[in-house]
Design a protein around this ligand. Structure first.
Ligand code: SF4
Length: 121
């Protein structure tokens, strides 16, 4: 039997969650104060995912960079590849909140979307 201790990152309460496993099978999840914590813990021990928030370079805009994020959480082991693609990318102003800046980032099938806008110079 294997025990994993996790801190839920879904809200500021930061519940300490204990997951007991037998091989790949989850036997119990305890310590979570809501269902979201249980879902988080089960995902975290089987196929962990993260939403990446960062900035991307902008050409011809009132700012050099614009904030962006993955539209959905991506597999945790793809974070470095996704960041590498974002760091090598440049988008053109104007950018509007919600614009898709990279349609399929690093083969994840997940787009990178702008979380702010940047006007033309
Ligand atoms: S288990 Fe629920 S209450 Fe606890 S940190 Fe996670 S989301 Fe918040």
């Amino acid at each position: 039997m294997d025990t994993r201790e996790l801190t839920c990152i879904n809200c500021p309460m930061g519940c300490r969650i204990t997951v007991v496993m037998e091989g790949a099978e989850i036997l119990s999840v305890t310590g979570n104060n809501c269902k979201r914590g249980e879902i988080y813990a089960k995902t975290e021990v089987t196929a962990p995912v993260r939403t990446v928030t960062t900035t991307i370079k902008v050409n011809g805009g009132t700012h050099d960079r614009v904030s962006c994020k993955t539209k959905e959480p991506i597999p945790k082991d793809k974070i470095f590849e996704v960041m590498d693609v974002i760091n090598r990318s440049v988008c053109e102003a104007p950018v509007r909140t919600g614009d898709i800046l990279i349609p399929d980032c690093a083969g994840t099938g997940i787009p990178i979307v702008a979380t702010k806008g940047v006007d033309n110079i």
